[in-house]
Design a protein around this ligand. Sequence first.
Ligand code: SF4
Length: 418
Amino acid sequence: MNIKKPELLIPAGSLEVLKVAIDYGADAVYIGGQKFGLRAKAGNFTIEEMVEGADYVHAAGKKLYVTVNIFAHNDDLAGVREYFNQIKEAGLEEKIDAFIISDPGIFTLAKEIVPGIEIHISTQANNTNYLTYNFWYKMGATRVVAARELSLREIRTIRDNIPADMEIEAFMHGAMCISYSGRCLLSSYFTGRDANKGACTHPCRWKYSIVEEKRPGEYLPVEEDDRGTYIFNSKDLCMINYIPEMIEAGIDSFKIEGRMKTALYVAVVTRTYRQAIDDYYTSEELYRSRQDYYDEEISACTFRQFTTGFYFGKTDENSQIYDNNTYIKNYTYLGTVEDITDEGYLVIHQKNKFLVGDEISFMMFDGTNKDVRVEAIYDERMNSMDSAPHPKQLLYLKVSDNTDINKGMIIRSKHCEA
Ligand code: SF4
């Protein structure tokens, strides 16, 4: 067994999610700044938030990576230069552990302006062979993110043909593109919003019909069943049952996709992968014995159906979902414990409605869940309420048992909202 544990790398679209990722077991977090990182709709971090996030991550002994992975056009370059200068002036050269970059032009500017920050080459750069990895190594990159289209056998061959200190990062879990990653113009074509500048509108999830060229305006349905078909809609990647194979391929960092995901999703995925990795390094027998548990936990958050992507060879028709584009959602996110008063009230900002008398569940950091009953809800003036009508309202809660509940824990309820 490879004795070095792989890094568990988690996305965060906000400071709240960054803290959740660290509290639930991430080894490293990747975020986007407000400019030049893909995912324009993700919350994204201001320079000040990056400083606060970096301090939180480093206080826990973990790492922070920042994406700057658009494909830059000429007109973007002055802005990238200014952005790197802002990062330098804010003292972030000492606080960001690595940039994730795909464009050689941006790579050049990062080396010139903030040479103290390591560079990882983004999956957007389509890194598919060991000569590419060696090229980036010679250029000064310390890690390359594998293209999603590689098999584990190909990654093993790359590992065998690159320097031992060159790291390989690979996707472990999350949404897949139906196109070749980073080479998709569907969104630009339909909406003018460029996927390669972080503004994808996800047309691959839309429902399509066929039009015969001599009959414009006549939409011929493509039907998988009575709901039609979603011919471009990929299943999500999930490799939680293949951790030994991922380690065997020589991967150093297990990456979870999703900088636009909620705190609840990030908590569930981080905690479950943390347990699975740690279980495997305790004993393979323990890991094998708990696979149903991992599946059940992972299924407790929003997800599409799952696939192993390209890792065991080429994908086929089973990698897609033809009959719908909806997420299955088994739990509702109610809030995060922000504080616990001396009198034992839990302080939260409500995310979704719940009532006095409801059964709610706390996601404990050790992997267990604690189910309790809501005994009382108070507003910020300590007026008693039956429920909290306003989203984001500050609440004080009394629950039937708050033993071992800590700051940062996610609260959820089992309301099915398929
Ligand atoms: S439209 Fe779909 S396949 Fe294309 S970049 Fe967006 S998510 Fe990926």
